[in-house]
Design a protein around this ligand. Structure first.
Ligand code: PMP
Length: 419
C-alpha cells in the first residue's frame, strides 16, 4: 500500500522488500456478510442511535417515538430523581473524572461509599469495584486461578468470562450448558489437589434461562472447587433481597465470589465482585484490570451508590417487573412465537428466528412499528441461533406491554414468522 515518506526507509534493492500482509483482510468475510445484509434493504441493527431518551422505557430513534424493550435497565433506575441528584452533586463537588487508578490517585469518597453500599446490599464483608462488569470478570478470573490450576466454565458463558480465562494462565475446562452431570464428570477427571474455580452465571443472558446453581454448587464443593457466580442479569429482582439467583436458590455463604455490574439494574456503568473471603482485599494488590486502568468518575460511583441503596427497598418494582415478564412471555407464546424458555424464568425473553435474514426483517418491522429490541447473533448466541431479545423493565406499564404484544403480532404476520 502507499505509505507516507517511505522512500528513504526502503532498501535500495526492491527485491529485499517483503510484501506487506494486510492485517485487515481477515475481516473480509464479516464485511461481505454485513454488506449482503444491508443490500437486502434492512437498517443496520448494530448502528442504532438513541437521538433522545425520554424515560427508562422510551426513546426517539430515527425521529420516531420508540418503546425500549432491549435495554438492561431492568429496574428502571436511570431516571430516578435521587440517582440523578447524587450524580450532579458529585460532579460539582469532585469534578468530572479521577485521572488515575484506584491504586494511586483514583480512589475518591464515593468509591468508598459505593463499596459500602455493595457490602450492605449483599450482606458481605468484602466488595471491590471495577470500571465495568467485563473487567470484573476479566480481573477476578485471571487473578484467582493461575498456572497449574483449573477454571471450569459453562459452554454458554459470557464473553467476559471466556476472556478472563484466556487472560489467565490456568487450564480451561468447559462443560455442557447447565449440565450438572457434565460438570461433575469433568471435575472428576481433574487432579484432586489442584486449585479449581467453577464459574457460573445466575441468568444466561442470551436465552434468559437460569442455572441450576444449587446442584452445581453442591457438585463443585464435592470436588473441592471454589465457585464464582456472575449475577449480572439477576441483581435487584431475584431472591428476597434482590441479590441474585444464588440467593433465590438458598446459596448464601456457599458461593465464594459474586460478580455483578452497574450497567443493568443499577442503571449506570461499572462492575464489582463481592465476597466474604477473609483475604479478599488482596485482589486489589494483584489484579491487573483493577490496577492498570482509571477508576470510575465520581458522578458514576455516586449514582451507583444511591441506586444500590434504593434497590434494597424496591419490592414493588420487583413484583411489577415479574408481572411484565409473565404477560409478555404468555402473550408471545400464545401467538405462536418460538421462545428461548418454556416459562418466564427471568426478565429476558428471547424470540428465536430461523436465520439472519428473518431476524433482521422482523427486527426492522418492529423498529418501524415503534419498538426497539436487541437482535443477537452468533457468536454471542448459543448454537448459531438468531434471537430477538426482549428485556423488560419495572417501569414498563401494563398498557405498554399490550402495545408491545400488538406490535409483535403485526410484525410477525407481516414477515411470516407467525400465521
Ligand atoms: N457478565 C454478563 C453475564 C453480561 O451479560 C455482561 C454484559 N452484558 C457482563 C458481564 C459485562 O458487564 P458490563 O456491561 O458492566 O461490562
Amino acid at each position: 500500500t502507499d505509505g507516507l515518506n517511505t522512500a528513504d526507509a526502503l532498501p535500495a534493492n526492491p527485491a529485499e522488500v517483503a510484501p506487506e500482509t494486510d492485517l485487515m483482510s481477515k475481516f473480509d468475510a464479516l464485511i461481505n456478510e454485513r454488506e449482503r445484509l444491508l443490500a437486502s434493504g434492512v437498517t443496520d441493527p448494530y448502528a442504532v442511535v438513541m437521538e433522545q431518551v425520554k424515560s427508562p422505557t422510551e426513546a426517539v430513534i430515527k425521529g420516531k417515538d420508540t418503546i425500549l424493550l432491549g435495554t438492561y435497565n431492568y429496574m428502571g433506575m436511570t431516571f430516578d430523581p435521587d440517582v440523578i441528584q447524587a450524580g450532579k452533586d458529585a460532579l460539582e463537588k469532585f469534578g468530572s473524572g479521577t485521572n488515575g487508578s484506584r491504586m494511586l490517585n483514583g480512589t475518591f469518597h464515593d468509591h468508598m461509599e459505593v463499596e459500602q453500599a455493595l457490602r450492605d446490599f449483599y450482606g458481605v464483608t468484602g466488595a471491590i469495584v471495577f470500571s465495568t462488569g467485563y473487567m470484573a470478570n476479566l480481573g477476578m478470573i485471571s487473578t484467582l486461578v493461575g498456572k497449574g490450576e483449573y477454571v471450569i466454565l459453562d459452554a454458554d458463558s459470557h464473553a467476559s468470562i471466556y476472556d478472563g480465562c484466556k487472560q489467565g494462565n490456568a487450564e480451561i475446562v468447559r462443560f455442557r450448558h447447565n449440565s450438572v452431570e457434565d460438570l461433575d464428570k469433568r471435575l472428576g477427571r481433574l487432579p484432586k489437589e489442584a486449585g479449581k474455580l467453577v464459574v457460573l452465571e445466575g441468568v444466561y443472558s442470551m436465552l434468559g434461562d437460569i442455572a441450576p446453581l444449587k446442584e452445581m454448587v453442591e457438585v463443585a464443593k464435592k470436588h473441592g472447587a471454589m465457585v464464582l457466580s456472575d449475577e449480572a442479569h439477576s441483581m435487584g429482582f431475584f431472591g428476597p433481597n434482590g441479590r441474585g439467583v444464588y440467593e433465590e436458590q438458598g446459596l448464601e455463604g456457599q458461593v465464594d465470589f459474586v460478580v455483578g455490574t452497574f450497567s443493568k439494574s443499577v442503571g449506570t456503568v461499572g462492575g464489582f465482585c463481592v465476597s466474604n473471603h477473609p483475604k479478599f482485599e488482596a485482589i486489589r494488590l494483584a489484579c491487573r484490570p483493577y490496577i492498570f486502568t482509571a477508576s470510575l468518575p465520581p458522578s458514576v460511583v455516586a449514582t451507583a451508590a444511591t441506586s444500590i441503596r434504593k434497590l434494597m427497598h424496591a419490592h414493588n418494582k420487583r413484583a411489577h417487573l415479574w408481572e411484565n415478564a409473565r404477560t409478555l412471555h404468555g402473550g408471545l407464546k400464545e401467538m405462536g412465537f418460538k421462545l428461548g424458555t418454556e416459562n418466564p424464568d427471568s426478565a429476558i425473553i428471547a424470540v428465536i428466528l430461523e436465520d439472519q435474514v428473518q431476524g433482521a426483517m422482523m427486527w426492522q418491522a418492529l423498529l418501524e412499528g415503534g419498538l426497539y429490541v436487541n437482535l443477537a447473533r452468533p457468536p454471542a448466541t448459543p448454537a448459531g441461533t438468531f434471537l430477538l431479545r426482549c428485556s423488560l423493565c419495572a417501569e414498563h406499564t401494563a398498557e405498554q406491554i399490550q402495545r408491545v404484544l400488538g406490535m409483535f403480532k403485526a410484525a410477525g404476520q407481516a414477515v411470516g414468522v407467525i400465521g
